[in-house]
Design a protein around this ligand. Structure first.
Ligand SMILES: *[C@@H]1O[C@H](CO)[C@@H](O)[C@H](O)[C@H]1NC(C)=O
Ligand SMILES: *[C@@H]1O[C@H](CO)[C@@H](O)[C@H](O)[C@H]1NC(C)=O
Ligand SMILES: *[C@@H]1O[C@H](CO)[C@@H](O)[C@H](O)[C@H]1NC(C)=O
Ligand SMILES: *[C@@H]1O[C@H](CO)[C@@H](O)[C@H](O)[C@H]1NC(C)=O
Ligand SMILES: *[C@@H]1O[C@H](CO)[C@@H](O)[C@H](O)[C@H]1NC(C)=O
Length: 377
């Protein structure tokens, strides 16, 4: 017993700089359960299965972090921080990622790419502007597309209502999209696309508040809109030109947060910090595909920037992305992903809503992106 305790203390003492142990034991699994509110102690076989998954995942994390220490990849993993350390790849894929979506319809943007002569800022972070609501948790349902939609529409609604403090707002109703948006080629917990969800919201007249239409993490056949009316509206949808990261970056800088979709592999659930580059430490290669048919996760780009160059490292450009896996995942619920090479199809399937209170041009036509660009110029 004494040795066991001593061994545990030793293994904690041997932890790497990023807080990960060198070797994982059942003590780490217990600590992980405590941290993530899990308890398998009542079911011995369940405990054993989950512990084996934990150990198997620890190999992936160790392997990856060794490559990270050597500078082969720009992001680090953490097993202890990940809420998904007890799941297999297949379990995670089935419960948290969506089926591959067909984004090819976004090939033709609604109003032509945003061309501009203005100099874009080097760093943009909408989280500092009071328009980003708290991180949410999609739980066990492939409903990322509804959270991408709500997160983006919440931000644009707040951007156009400067009186609102959106940093404490519970926001808009993902459940409405799960229950009601099926006619727009969306499939509830099996996936959908933010661009299709925005089309639905425009057609339906608006989106209910989270408070009025609470999230259940499962589909409910009956679509029950709140009698109190909508909390946000969509007047138009702007599709980013597929594959055009200049268009995407310009939109983030000039118009606000953008809903993006991309392809993730199941080991993304161990992301801890740094710039995600989809690196496979076994093959030394990028894993994800960059085509419009392969996206399986939707999120919100709330900014962009680049890492500082160091003596032996050039700077890495990235997007700042809001995820829907709770604040305990990643960097307080956020991650960075490499920018500039359409990595994992990040610009293949991107869109944002234009909300009614945005400025109108002389003909009364909504013209938000051009008017914002003009103001900056
Ligand atoms: C993808 O969507 C486009 C546009 O709606 C359609 O033309 C195409 O056939 C679809 N592809 C597949 C494989 O479903
Ligand atoms: C945007 O792309 C979606 C497909 O992702 C398509 O259904 C929609 O019609 C497009 N919207 C506009 C305004 O072009
Ligand atoms: C589905 O929605 C109805 C109406 O809001 C509600 O009464 C019911 O409890 C919901 N079903 C589930 C499974 O949550
Ligand atoms: C990395 O590549 C190896 C070899 O092809 C493969 O077995 C493994 O599943 C890949 N890792 C992930 C997370 O996809
Ligand atoms: C990956 O790169 C490292 C360092 O260059 C090398 O030792 C290792 O053999 C490579 N692995 C593969 C599968 O190419």
């Amino acid at each position: 017993m004494l040795f066991a305790v001593f061994g545990f203390i030793l293994s904690l003492a041997l932890a790497l700089a990023n807080g990960e142990p060198l070797k994982y034991s059942s003590d780490h699994f217990e600590a992980w359960m405590d941290n993530h509110g899990k308890d398998y102690n009542d079911d011995k076989s369940e405990y054993e299965q989950r512990f084996q998954n934990f150990l198997m995942n620890s190999k992936v994390v160790e392997n990856h972090n060794q490559a990270y220490e050597k500078g082969y990849t720009s992001y680090a993993m953490s097993l202890m921080k990940s809420p998904f350390a007890d799941l297999t790849d297949a379990e995670f894929e089935a419960s948290h990622l969506m089926a591959w979506q067909n984004c090819s319809a976004t090939t033709h943007p609604s109003s032509g790419p945003m061309t501009s002569d203005i100099e874009l800022p080097k760093h943009v972070d909408w989280r500092t502007k009071g328009i980003i609501t708290p991180i949410k948790n999609q739980k066990m349902c492939g409903s990322c597309w509804t959270f991408s939609t709500s997160g983006c529409l919440e931000a644009h609604t707040c951007l156009n209502n400067p009186d609102l403090d959106c940093t404490t707002w519970t926001g808009l109703a993902e459940q409405q999209l799960l229950d009601c948006a099926g006619d727009f080629d969306n499939h509830g917990c099996n996936g959908g696309l933010p661009s299709h969800a925005f089309e639905y919201i425009k057609y339906a007249g608006g989106m209910d508040s989270e408070q009025e239409y609470p999230y259940l993490a499962k589909e409910n056949d009956s679509c029950q809109l709140s009698p109190l009316g909508f909390a946000a509206e969509v007047a138009q949808i702007y599709n980013i030109t597929s594959g055009d990261e200049d268009d995407l970056t310009t939109a983030i800088a000039a118009a606000g947060p953008v809903s993006v979709a991309y392809q993730v592999s199941p080991d993304f659930r161990f992301y801890s910090h740094g710039v995600y580059d989809s690196f496979n430490a076994t093959t030394n290669h990028t894993m994800c595909k960059s085509d419009a048919m392969s996206v399986n996760h939707a999120v919100v780009a709330v900014g962009y920037g680049e890492t500082e160059a160091a003596k032996d490292k050039s700077s890495v450009p990235y997007y700042i992305i809001r995820n829907s896996w709770s604040t305990s995942w990643g960097m307080e619920g956020y991650f960075w992903i490499k920018r500039g090479e359409n990595l994992c199809g990040i610009s293949d399937c991107a869109s944002y809503p234009i909300v009614p209170r945005a400025s109108k041009n002389q003909d009364g036509v909504l013209d938000v992106q051009t008017s914002r660009l003009r103001k900056k110029a």
